[in-house]
Design a protein around this ligand. Structure first.
Ligand SMILES: Cc1cc2nc3c(=O)[nH]c(=O)nc-3n(C[C@H](O)[C@H](O)[C@H](O)COP(=O)(O)OP(=O)(O)OC[C@H]3O[C@@H](n4cnc5c(N)ncnc54)[C@H](O)[C@@H]3O)c2cc1C
Ligand code: FES
Ligand code: FES
Length: 495
């Protein structure tokens, strides 16, 4: 069955839209079609958070709210969700929402441009129902820029109001909302437009996706649109055929396997966090610095891999871990080591009509140690200058095997073959023994100069990261080598 409307829940009512342009953003829908101008446009590229709205999703019977940048979210992507925007927060009598009230009392509302987005981010934190500390609040606000540096009162407001179970009108009607969202989940394919001139499609099954993409290999696949959205808003590209993969049931699976975790191509970075945490704490730190919450709540690992940027963050870590990539084209499926997918800058081993279905990420085995480090100019929400990931196999105090991968050092995310060879049988207790491996990095990579870093900085920093990883693998507490992101064992040692 095929449906030709986008349906979502807003203010307790089902909104059904039959006229939806494939490139229409949620922000344009709100501001231009609905004149709901509380949601602001700042950067139009997912960076500033002024356009933050909350999307409610039913997951395992639980209603969850996630912050999303409306400027780069395509309207078709909100099918089946609840939309909450800043105008919806005040109660029927005009009373401020508890989050708005706290922000106001703490003098956290300032220029008026950033405040709506900040309030919406805090709304999602309020609905998470926990008791976040200052760091958790800062993490929530990492995707909301405030250039007047009004963060302290905003954080104070969040610490006061985001405590325990939510007690607002959204919480009061959450059972009814969940029921309405369950009713919207009809399992039908969505298709608006026509196959000749252009369309917005959101298939519900992998088979339907495979058929449609085989017929239209020139279509643009969209998962979270945190890359594709910018092609529309910044590069002004017209993408006449859009296939959204976010509703495809089989691509949203994440499950534990005998060897590790299977993560479907449409699983968002936010949803993948528990699997990453189960593999290694460094992956938690890496994912915490992957965009802001707005980016992680829709951006996917599948999109990161398929985009294949040389400075994409997940790939070096996943390559070092030994991840397998799964692809499908029509009825045919195939799998390959992730590193083999990246051929050259902007070129991946993917045929027309072929799509990523998921990845298998192995756990670390006995005697294996993993480390990864992101180097960027800002700590939060910044693009990597380089990223190094290391998996060492140890026998006693000797390295017997290594997988090393870097981002930002070549035209693609890439394994360091010469370095890996030089690491074999190296002694952890003898730092002089490590220099041959550090020198080998110069054989593996001839990095470029660009505005993020010079070639020399990149190479020297990559060598420093390798030394740091070896120090830490040798038992040096990360507390001595890190500013943030202590591993649990280091926290114990430091205590
Ligand atoms: C503000 C901001 C901050 C960011 N920060 C980071 C960061 O810190 N680190 C980082 O690595 N990236 C970052 N990004 C980039 C982006 O968020 C990631 O690359 C993200 O993983 C893309 O996932 P997506 O689901 O949004 O992909 P989309 O934008 O939907 O798609 C990306 C590409 O993948 C293709 N694609 C999507 N799904 C499939 C599929 N199943 N099969 C085949 N092709 C597919 C699309 O056609 C497109 O070519 C940031 C982006 C923004 C806007
Ligand atoms: S307008 Fe800046 S993130 Fe959307
Ligand atoms: S609140 Fe807008 S710049 Fe600070």
């Amino acid at each position: 069955m095929t449906r030709s409307s986008v349906r979502f829940l807003h203010r307790g009512e089902v909104v059904s839209l039959t006229e939806v342009g494939p490139n229409e953003t949620l922000l344009d829908f709100l501001r231009l079609r609905r004149q709901a101008c509380g949601t602001k446009e700042g950067c139009a590229e997912g960076d500033c958070g002024a356009c933050t709205v909350a999307l409610g999703t039913l997951r395992d019977g639980r209603l969850e709210y996630a912050p999303v940048n409306a400027c780069i979210c395509l309207l078709g992507m909100i099918d089946g969700k609840e939309l909450v925007v800043v105008e919806d927060l005040a109660g029927p009598d005009g009373a401020l929402h508890p989050v708005q009230d706290a922000v106001l009392r703490h003098h956290g509302n300032q220029c008026g441009f950033c405040t709506p987005g900040i309030v919406m981010s805090l709304f999602t934190l309020y609905h998470a129902g926990g008791r976040p500390d200052r760091q958790a609040v800062n993490d929530t606000l990492a995707g909301n820029l405030c250039r007047c540096t009004g963060y302290r009162p905003i954080v104070d407001a969040a610490l006061e109001v985001c405590t325990g179970a939510p007690r607002d009108t959204f919480a009061a009607r959450s059972a009814a909302t969940a029921e309405s969202l369950a009713a919207l989940d009809d399992g039908e394919d969505l298709f608006i437009g026509d196959e000749a001139t252009g369309f917005l499609a959101a298939p519900a099954t992998v088979d339907a996706l495979a058929r449609l993409y085989a017929r239209h290999p020139d279509a643009t696949l969209v998962a979270g649109a945190t890359d594709v959205g910018l092609w529309i808003t910044k590069q002004m590209q017209a993408l006449p055929k859009i296939i959204h993969v976010g509703r495809v049931a089989g691509l949203s699976d994440m499950r534990e396997t005998e060897r590790g975790f299977h993560i479907g191509a449409a699983v968002t970075c936010a949803r993948a966090e528990p699997a990453m945490a189960a593999i290694d704490p460094d992956l938690v730190e890496l994912f915490r610095r992957f965009g802001g919450k707005q980016v992680r709540s829709v951006g996917t690992l599948g999109g990161n891999i398929a985009n294949g940027s040389p400075i994409g963050d997940s790939m070096p870590a996943l390559i070092a871990l030994g991840t397998t990539l799964h692809l499908r084209r029509g009825e045919a499926t195939r799998s390959l080591p992730l590193e083999d997918f990246f051929i050259d800058y902007g070129k991946q081993d993917r045929a027309a009509g072929e799509f990523v279905t998921g990845i298998d990420v192995p756990r670390l085995g006995a005697g294996e140690v993993f480390r990864c480090y992101k180097i960027s100019k800002r700590f939060d929400q910044d693009i990597s200058a380089l990223l190094g990931a290391f998996r060492f196999t140890l026998e006693g105090r000797r390295v017997t095997g290594a997988r090393v991968a870097f981002g930002g050092m070549a035209a693609t995310p890439k394994r360091a073959a010469a370095t890996e060879a030089a690491l074999k049988s190296l002694r952890l207790d003898d730092p002089d023994d490590w220099e041959a491996a550090c020198e080998a990095l110069a054989m593996d990579f001839q990095p470029i100069d660009d505005m993020r870093a010079s070639a020399r900085y990149r190479l020297e920093t990559a060598q420093a990261l390798l030394r740091k990883a070896l120090h830490e693998a040798g038992g040096e507490a990360s507390a001595a080598t890190r500013i943030l992101g202590l591993r649990p064992e280091d926290t114990e040692r430091a205590a």
